[in-house]
Design a protein around this ligand. Structure first.
Ligand code: FES
Length: 164
């Protein structure tokens, strides 16, 4: 799903009939679970709890198996994102460039841990693991747009821009 730079991604409201279409589009693949989950997230912006038993039934898996995959992969959200997403790289090269301190600063500045959305629904803070910007880390995706060479001051300006 492409969005203009700086715009928030827009998603469909969860619809079980749409979910069945997504499942059907991938059901003949080898290992269809991950492609289905990616399709669900692309459509709805997250993997709704209500989708899990439907996916499990279609693939002859248990709910726990499907939920285990959703919770294992950082790419999948279990709740809708806020109006903006800040995805900070937590992989090795960015950590070596000060990423750990920056991650702590992001949590403090937003008042939420990774994987959560601010109380006003404004910003979801998420971890990503390498954006291909290792030489200019710490790096992040802000509403899908790459931002490199972050430090606390620059991150504060990014966060302030999301609030305006
Ligand atoms: S480790 Fe952060 S962009 Fe590669």
């Amino acid at each position: 799903m492409t969005t203009p730079a700086g715009m928030t991604e827009r998603f469909e409201a969860f619809d079980p009939d749409r979910l069945v279409e997504i499942i059907a589009a991938h059901a003949d693949m080898d290992g269809p679970l991950l492609p289905i989950l990616h399709g669900v997230q692309a459509a709805f912006g997250y993997v709704p709890q209500a989708a899990i038993p439907i996916i499990a039934g279609a693939l002859n898996l248990t709910r726990a198996e499907v939920h285990g995959v959703v919770s294992f992969y950082h790419d999948f959200r279990e709740a809708p994102a806020g109006a903006h997403t800040l995805r900070l790289c937590r992989a090795e090269a960015c950590q070596a460039a000060g990423g750990d301190a920056l991650a702590a600063h992001a949590e403090q500045a937003l008042g939420v841990p990774f994987g959560q959305t601010t109380a006003d629904g404004g910003v979801t803070l998420e971890a990503v693991y390498c954006l291909g910007l290792c030489a200019s880390g710490p790096a992040a995706l802000v509403d899908g747009k790459p931002v490199a060479r972050l430090d606390a001051g620059r991150l504060d300006r990014v966060i302030a821009s999301l609030a305006s």
